[in-house]
Design a protein around this ligand. Structure first.
Ligand code: NAI
Ligand code: MG
Length: 354
């Protein structure tokens, strides 16, 4: 079985960790044997933008549709405004390919210390389901009187019944598939009185379809406190595009480092390819030093492998990653002194041995 994968390394450490992930995926396919990957590298980066004036060619989104999956590093570089880079690449891909779910698992991997006291794997094991197509990142709004002292800018969130129902159904199905069958819904429906109230209303409706899933609701501010003080009380979490973006960075930090956390941008209908990327950005402060933590990239690659139907190989890769962290091989962000290459080589070796 041959899978065609589009690789978009992007900027900064996105390049290092994508190369590392390709190496690991290649090792995995060679070792397991019954599948292979054909990678195509797309140089859609801020560097290219500065040269050509665009991130993606005009037919870029259409072009991506011919792949089985997309592997993404990170985009953003200090000399291009961040809203230009995000809207030049990652956000249009998510939108055009109907990737309306962003799945962000968080777990304290074996051998990694959470900054929370006495917090081990069983105390922090969450899946954050992020609405990935609308809400606060709908891109609507505008600026008037831009060059006067009366400037007004609006940032309009858009929430639709269709968008809310489909993300809730995915979240309930996820919760149902996990041992604890527990779903927490996050809003800010005390202050945001339209879209977030619609979230509450539809959540109550859909809850009735899933009698075997235990549910509760949190306001996003209180949720940050609960994540820190009672991590054991949470399992599956569903939140809006912005809220889940923020909560998942916190979740990653609580599990040890932002460098560990994976994400899957999914089109659950499978009509379009899905996209897999670590949740971190291009990290200009450590770019080019060879010290980026590649674990989030490997875990994202494992999620891609699972999505492609190779469940056992994906699970196997996660086990290999954890064997390496348990053996104490860690990058600086985790308190270790290994570099990207050390960790990559160790994971490849582990794949050979398992
Ligand atoms: P960031 O995630 O790039 O970095 C935040 C901090 O975490 C930095 O100190 C960085 O060194 C550290 N860090 C991140 N990943 C790491 C890794 N794998 N190993 C070790 N340390 C790691 O977030 P920041 O600084 O806010 O954004 C930098 C650029 O990335 C911006 O242009 C931003 O717009 C972009 N960005 C892009 C994303 C994407 O492509 N999906 C997501 C988030 C940010
Ligand atoms: Mg983010």
């Amino acid at each position: 079985q041959l899978f065609k994968i589009a690789c978009i390394p992007g900027d900064g450490i996105g390049v290092d960790i994508t190369n590392a992930a390709i190496q690991v995926l290649q090792k995995l396919s060679e070792t397991v044997g019954h599948f292979a990957f054909k990678f195509e590298n797309l140089d859609w980066s801020s560097e290219a933008y500065k040269e050509r004036g665009y991130y993606m060619p005009e037919d870029g989104l259409e072009y991506l549709k011919k792949f089985d999956a997309i592997y993404f590093g990170a985009v953003g570089w200090p000399d291009v405004p961040d809203h230009i880079s995000l809207w030049g690449l990652i956000l249009p891909i998510r939108n055009a390919l109907n990737q309306y779910v962003n799945v962000r698992p968080t777990r304290v991997l074996r051998g990694i210390n959470s900054p929370l006291k006495n917090c081990g794997t069983r105390d922090l094991d969450w899946v954050i389901i992020r609405e990935n197509s609308e809400g606060e990142y709908a891109g609507h709004g505008g600026t008037t009187h831009a060059h006067s002292s009366n400037t007004v800018a609006t940032e309009v969130s858009i929430f639709t019944r269709v968008g809310i129902e489909r993300i809730f159904r995915f979240a309930f199905e996820t919760a149902k598939s996990r041992p604890r069958k527990k779903l927490t819904m996050v809003t800010k429906s005390n202050a945001q009185r339209h879209g977030m109230v619609l979230w509450d209303k539809i959540f109550t409706e859909i809850t009735k379809e899933y009698p075997d899933v235990e549910t509760d609701k949190m306001l996003v501010d209180a949720m940050t406190v609960r994540m820190v003080l009672q991590p054991q009380s949470l399992d599956t979490i569903v939140a809006t595009n912005l809220h889940a973006d923020i909560l998942s960075d916190l979740a990653a930090a609580l599990s040890g480092s932002i460098g560990i956390a994976p994400s899957s941008n999914l089109d659950p209908t499978r009509e379009n390819p899905s996209m897999f990327e670590p949740i971190h950005g291009s990290a200009p402060d450590i770019a080019g030093k060879g010290i980026a933590n590649p674990i989030g990239a490997f875990w994202s690659a494992a999620e891609m492998v699972r999505w492609l139907g190779l469940e056992e190989a994906g699970e196997g890769l996660i086990t290999c990653i954890e064997n390496v962290t348990e053996a104490g091989m860690k990058t600086k962000d985790l308190g270790g002194s290994s570099n990207t290459k050390d960790v990559t080589d160790a994971v490849c070796k582990e794949i050979e041995n398992v």
